[in-house]
Ligand binder design. Structure first.
Ligand code: UTP
Length: 303
């Protein structure tokens, strides 16, 4: 491909098949990706973020107990008719997200064999094109620019990359929750940089940095070959970090993009970060944010 030619990426794989065991009992009979944060379920933020980056073909990798995700993106004509007849225009507006030209596709991960296996389940859908992976249990919030995904796609094109991976600085006591990368040089906020390795959930002593993989990836289809060669970890799961490490071992160009200062990743997969997400989005609510903030301040003063 000639230098500077813009790659058009249309496809995104959103894995949502995970069991969400860290959120039990909430996730016993419902997907964590459908938990409310502010006024929307988590996965709706993810889909809206993808649509802002012109990713118009959306594949959900689903599994057991996940049909409510499929229902959520259906056009519910009966509900629309009832709300119209009742003159509930403000509630109708809450269903605007249903009106989209995006194509929604669903495939089941038949056994929970880890994130890399979930991504590989999208192989036929992806074909030979570069594609995005966005974890269905993580929201990226920013000051309104919505630029992370487009910036990552631009970097992927400019660098002729095999992978561009979003990363975020986390506190030292959180590194054991995430895949942690080891940057080759400087890694300033908003910048693209090279890495020479990554480790899944290291101890603080093992971690080469505090830069945690932040739920968004752009991949060349060569990742599927790396997944084919990935060895299962204990519990039989295929880790996507191991597959990316294989790309690095093959000398493929893998880059990271550090979230900019106004961007933040909310991981909904554990209670601590779910609670933080819920509180932050509730405090930002256009109508009730002020009341929620007052409520929190009064609670703190009473302590
Ligand atoms: P996690 O590893 O955080 O999800 O995966 P999990 O396995 O559901 O979590 P716990 O450890 O049981 O609490 C991040 C994303 O990848 C998806 C999940 O649904 C989540 O959106 N995932 C994970 C899959 O689709 N398949 C898998 O085999 C694993």
């Amino acid at each position: 491909m000639p230098t500077g030619e813009k790659i058009s990426i249309r496809k995104v794989v959103i894995p949502v098949a995970g069991a969400g065991t860290r959120l039990l009992p909430v996730t016993k009979s419902q997907p964590k990706e459908m938990l409310p944060v502010g006024r929307k379920p988590v996965v709706q933020y993810v889909v809206e973020e993808m649509q802002r980056a012109d990713l118009s073909e959306i594949l959900f990798v689903t599994g057991r107990q996940k049909t409510s995700i499929e229902d959520h993106f259906d056009h519910d004509q009966e509900l629309v008719r009832k709300l119209s007849e009742a003159g509930r225009s403000e509630l109708l507006a809450a269903l605007d997200y249903e009106d989209t030209d995006a194509g929604f596709f669903f495939v089941r991960q038949r056994e929970l064999k880890g994130l890399a296996d979930a991504v590989a389940t999208g192989r036929n859908f992806v074909g030979e094109e570069p594609f995005v992976v966005a974890l269905g249990d993580s929201i990226i919030k920013d000051s309104g620019r919505g630029a992370l995904m487009s910036d990552m796609i631009d970097a992927f094109t400019a660098k002729h990359a095999a992978a561009v991976i979003a990363v975020e600085e986390v506190p030292a006591d959180m590194v054991h929750h995430y895949g942690i990368v080891s940057p080759k040089g400087q890694a300033s906020p908003g910048e693209v940089f090279e890495i020479d390795g990554m480790v899944e959930k290291p101890s603080p002593e093992e971690a080469k940095s505090h830069l945690a993989i932040a739920a968004r990836y752009v991949f060349d289809p060569v990742i599927f070959e790396a997944i084919d060669r990935t060895v299962p970890q204990k519990g039989g799961e295929l880790q996507l970090t191991d597959s990316v490490q294989i790309l690095l071992n093959w000398g493929k160009p893998v880059y990271c993009m550090r979230l900019a200062k106004d961007q933040r990743r909310y991981d909904i997969g554990n209670f601590e970060s779910y609670f933080k997400a819920f509180v932050d989005f509730a405090m930002d609510d256009e109508k009730y944010g002020y009341i929620v903030r007052q409520h929190i301040i009064r609670g703190l003063q009473a302590e």
